[in-house]
Write a protein that binds this ligand. Structure first.
Ligand SMILES: NC(=O)c1ccc[n+]([C@@H]2O[C@H](COP(=O)([O-])OP(=O)(O)OC[C@H]3O[C@@H](n4cnc5c(N)ncnc54)[C@H](OP(=O)(O)O)[C@@H]3O)[C@@H](O)[C@H]2O)c1
Length: 260
């Protein structure tokens, strides 16, 4: 920048524009992704609200813009690699970096009640792993060069307490009787990605953590869930906003560490 000989006010403007942090949230047209987009934008972050369905994504963006929030739409089906280049180009062109990535898009192919392990189909496993495990890894890899351009990159993997092997194996744990192999294994695998990437990046400015939002009232969580959206959004948002002293490679719910 120094070599460009810019007028000083323009230089300051460009520095400020770059200083504003940018977050990308996948699957953000509804549910927890939408809630976290709202909360992050309310805390002064520019939010790229990614969704696979442009109509749903645009309408979510319009709602947040109507509240005066700085939110932009990006079409991104996390299982469609053809969308990745567009995401990289969009971020590159508009911001030249990415400060926060929340891998939020997720599915539960067998629903909340699940299917017995002995009856779980290969198709259920494949579909669930494609969205909940393979996609976050591939997308993170594609966006890592932009995250490395941030002064403090943050990656949040939206996991679940149902991904905890320790709690699933413990007859006294609250989730002992809530077993759905495809979903649970996909989140355990996602946690493994968190641990491995955090280790790889431990000497960089990037932090990688897994979040359990709580059992939250969304289409996935159903009306039976005890937690409302504003509370459910807090864990992922807090991990996206971690300062330099924050943890790396952990699994959290509302500030508490969860066992792997
Ligand atoms: N709710 C809970 O109690 C709870 C608990 C623990 C963890 N979680 C995790 O939190 C995350 C969000 O869950 P939620 O409760 O908000 O679920 P949700 O209401 O069902 O929303 C899921 C979001 O993911 C999107 N999505 C699914 N597949 C996608 C794809 N291939 N590409 C892009 N977007 C895709 C959906 O888009 P469409 O609208 O187009 O389908 C939707 O926006 C998930 O990872 C979930 O596993 C939720």
């Amino acid at each position: 920048m120094a070599g460009l000989n810019l007028p000083s006010h323009l230089h300051i403007y460009m520095t400020m524009a770059n200083a504003k942090k940018v977050a990308l949230i996948t699957g953000a047209n509804k549910g927890l992704g939408y809630e976290m987009a709202k909360q992050l934008a309310q805390s002064g972050i520019t939010v790229v609200l990614a969704a696979r369905d442009p109509a749903k994504g645009e309408s979510a963006v319009e709602k947040l813009k109507a509240e005066g929030l700085d939110v932009q739409f990006l079409k991104l089906d996390v299982t469609n690699k053809a969308d990745y280049a567009g995401a990289v180009a969009f971020l590159e062109k508009n911001f030249g970096k990415l400060d926060m990535l929340i891998n939020n898009a997720g599915i539960s192919a067998d629903g909340l009640t699940g299917t017995a392990a002995s009856a779980t189909t290969e198709q259920s496993l494949e579909t669930t792993f494609e969205t909940n495990f393979f996609a976050p890894i591939a997308l993170t890899q594609a966006l890592l060069p932009l995250l490395k351009k941030s002064v403090a990159g943050r990656i949040v993997n939206m996991s679940s307490i149902l991904g905890s092997q320790t709690l699933h194996a413990d007859p006294n744990s609250p989730i002992y009787n809530f077993k759905s192999l495809s979903y649970d294994a996909s989140k355990a695998a996602l946690n493994s990605f968190t641990i491995h990437l955090a280790h790889e990046l431990k000497d960089t400015k990037i932090k990688v953590n897994s979040a359990h939002p709580g059992w939250v009232k969304t289409d996935m969580g159903t009306d039976a869930a005890p937690m409302e959206l504003p509370e459910g959004g807090k864990t992922g948002v807090a991990l996206a906003l971690l300062d330099e002293n924050g943890p790396n490679g952990g699994f959290f719910h509302l500030g508490q560490t969860l066992p792997w």
